[in-house]
Design a protein around this ligand. Structure first.
Ligand code: IMP
Length: 494
C-alpha cells in the first residue's frame, strides 16, 4: 500500500487546513478518497472549516477512526456494537488483552463466539488486525480460527498479526495457576489464560517472546531453551509436585503453529498508519472494560492491559488524536466476573433473576457473572477517562418485568458522599451506593426499533443513565440480534 505522506514538491495542488490535520478532529462529509480540494467544506466538531491551500512541509490527510470501549467490568456486549459498526469500516483492530476476552455475536440465525480474533473476521469486506498490545496464545488462536472456518466463515487472508505482539507460553499458564492458588480467598479470579504472567514478562523484557521471535525458527528455539530452565526453578518453588516443562515438545508445538501463522505476521503498525492515511476507515475494538484497566481500573482486581480508551494508542501504534468518534458500551445494569469490590452488587434472588434473564455466564470460562444495579458513578468515571463521545446502552430488554429499578448516582464512603470512583480497593469495598429509583416496565421491548417504541418508563430509564453518565446515547440494544437495535444518532462511518 502506498504511503500517503508525499514530499511537498510532489503535491500537485497542496490542499490542507488552517491547522495541521493531526492536531484536530475533522469530519468530512462522505467518504474521503483523496485529499479534499481547495474550497472543500469540512467540520471540526460542530464548527465548519474551509479547506484552504497553505504552504506546508508535510501534510497527511487521515480519515478519523472509530473506537468501541467497554465502560464497566467487561462483557458489555461490545461485540454486537462492533459488528454493527463494522459494516461502515474497512479495518477492525484488536489492540489489548488476549484470549481472556469473549465476544458473542448473533446474526443470520448463527451465534459466533470470538475470543482473540477481532469481530471484523465475521464480515468478508473487512481486514482484521491484532496489534502490538495484544498477548497471543498461538495454539488458542489457531483453534479459534479453525472453528470459524468450520462454521463457514471465509477467513481467507483477512487476518494480520503484529510481529510486536507478545506470545503466551505454557509456563505463563502454569505460573498463573500457582499464583492464583496461593492467594486463596484473595485470588483475582483470572481467566487462567496466562494473560497477566505474559504481560509481566513483557514489562520484565528479558524472558519475553514476541510474534516476530515465534516465526523465526532458530530464534524461538534458542529463547525457549534459555527461558525454560529458569522458569522451571520458579515453578518448582511455587509447586514442587507440579508439571515439568518439556522443551522439545514446546518447540515442536509452537513451531508447528508458527508455520501456519507466519504468513499473517507483519508490521501492523506501518500497515495501519498507511491504511489510515490512504483513506481506510479503522475501527478499534476494545476488550474487557475500562474498570478492568491496569492503570485506571479497580486495581488490583483488574486485567493486565489498558482496557480503557487509554490503551488504543499504545496497543496499536495509531495516534489517539486520529480517532474521530469513541463509543462507550454499558449494560443497562452491571456485571462483574472474578473477585473485587462491586458496590451495586445484588447478591440475592434479584441478582439471580438478572443473571438468568441476561444469560450472564462467561463466554470464555462459563463462570456465573455477579450482577447488580447500574452504577453511574463507575460508568461516568470510565466515560470520562476513556473520553467517549456517546454511550451505547446494551441489554435493556433484560430489565423488562424486574419491577422498579435503581441506579447508583453516588457513593457514600465513611459518611462522605462522592461521585468519584475511589482509587483504593478498601474504600470501594465499603462504598455504599446512593440509589435513585426509576420506575420499571413490564412490556416485552425486543421488537422496539425506534426510541419512541419503548415504554415511557424504559425511555426515562435510558435518559436517566445518559444524564448521570453525562453522555448522549447513540444506540440502545434490545436483544442479541444485529437488528434488535435502536440507533438514536447517526453512526460513525455511515
Ligand atoms: P485476566 O485478564 O485473565 O488476568 O483476569 C483478570 C480479571 O479480569 C478477572 O477478574 C477476570 O474475570 C476479568 N476479565 C478478564 N477478561 C474479561 C472479559 O473479557 N470480561 C469480563 N471480565 C474479564
Amino acid at each position: 500500500m502506498s504511503p500517503a505522506v508525499q514530499s511537498p514538491a510532489s503535491y500537485p495542488d497542496v490542499v490542507t487546513h488552517d491547522v495541521p490535520v493531526f492536531f484536530c478532529r475533522f469530519n468530512f462529509p462522505g467518504k474521503l478518497q483523496s485529499p479534499p480540494h481547495k474550497g472543500t467544506l469540512a467540520t471540526r466538531g460542530a464548527e465548519p472549516v474551509r479547506v484552504t491551500k497553505v504552504p506546508c512541509a508535510l501534510r497527511v490527510i487521515i480519515v478519523p477512526a472509530t473506537s468501541v470501549i467497554g465502560l464497566q467490568w467487561g462483557d458489555e456486549a461490545k461485540g454486537k456494537v462492533v459488528d454493527i459498526l463494522t459494516e461502515n469500516h474497512d479495518v477492525v483492530v484488536r489492540y489489548q488483552g488476549g484470549n481472556n476476552a469473549g465476544h458473542t455475536v448473533k446474526f443470520g440465525g448463527n451465534t459466533y463466539k470470538l475470543s482473540l480474533l477481532p469481530t471484523g473476521m465475521l464480515q468478508s469486506h473487512v481486514q482484521s488486525v491484532i496489534g502490538p498490545g495484544v498477548v497471543i496464545n498461538p495454539l488458542a488462536l489457531l483453534t479459534e480460527l479453525d472453528s470459524l472456518i468450520a462454521g463457514g466463515v471465509d477467513c481467507g487472508d483477512r487476518l494480520m498479526i503484529s510481529e510486536r505482539a507478545h506470545v503466551i507460553c505454557p509456563w505463563h499458564l502454569l505460573e498463573e495457576a500457582a499464583f492464583e492458588k496461593q492467594r486463596g480467598s484473595k485470588a483475582i479470579g483470572t481467566t487462567m489464560r496466562g494473560i497477566g504472567t505474559c504481560y509481566r514478562e513483557k514489562a520484565g523484557r528479558f524472558q519475553a517472546i514476541r510474534m516476530g521471535d515465534l516465526v523465526n525458527k532458530d530464534r524461538f528455539a534458542n529463547k525457549v531453551r534459555e527461558i525454560v530452565p529458569l522458569k522451571q526453578i520458579v515453578l518448582n518453588a511455587l509447586n514442587p509436585d507440579g508439571e515439568q516443562l518439556n522443551v522439545g515438545q514446546i518447540i515442536e508445538d509452537y513451531s508447528a503453529a508458527a508455520d501456519r501463522l507466519r504468513p499473517m505476521v507483519a508490521d501492523t503498525t506501518a500497515w495501519l498508519l498507511n491504511a489510515q492515511e490512504t483513506g481506510k476507515r479503522l475501527l478499534f475494538e476494545g476488550a474487557q472494560g475500562s474498570l478492568l484497566d491496569i492503570d485506571h481500573g479497580t486495581f488490583p482486581y483488574v486485567t493486565s492491559s489498558n482496557s480503557s480508551g487509554c490503551g488504543i494508542h499504545s496497543g496499536s501504534g495509531i495516534p489517539e488524536r486520529s480517532i474521530g468518534t469513541m463509543i462507550g458500551v454499558a449494560k443497562a445494569y452491571t456485571t462483574r466476573v472474578g473477585g473485587g469490590p462491586f458496590p451495586t452488587e445484588l447478591d440475592n434472588d434479584l441478582g439471580e433473576q438478572i443473571r438468568i434473564a441476561g444469560n450472564e455466564f462467561g463466554t470464555v470460562t462459563g463462570r456465573p457473572r455477579r450482577c447488580g444495579w447500574f452504577d453511574a458513578v463507575a460508568t461516568r468515571y470510565s466515560a470520562r477517562v476513556s473520553g467517549v463521545d456517546s454511550i451505547a446502552v446494551a441489554l435493556l430488554d433484560v430489565l423488562s418485568g424486574i419491577g422498579n429499578l435503581q441506579i447508583c448516582e453516588a457513593y457514600e464512603i465513611d459518611g462522605k458522599v462522592t461521585r468519584d470512583l475511589p482509587a483504593c480497593p478498601d474504600a470501594l469495598q465499603i462504598a455504599k451506593p446512593v440509589l435513585r429509583e426509576v420506575r420499571g416496565w413490564t412490556e416485552d421491548i425486543t421488537d422496539a426499533r425506534n426510541f419512541d417504541d419503548l415504554p415511557s418508563n424504559a425511555q426515562q430509564y435510558v435518559k436517566t443513565i445518559s444524564k448521570l453518565v453525562e453522555r448522549p446515547v447513540a444506540l440502545v440494544s434490545v436483544g442479541p440480534d444485529r437488528d434488535q437495535t435502536i440507533i438514536t444518532s447517526p453512526l460513525p462511518g455511515s
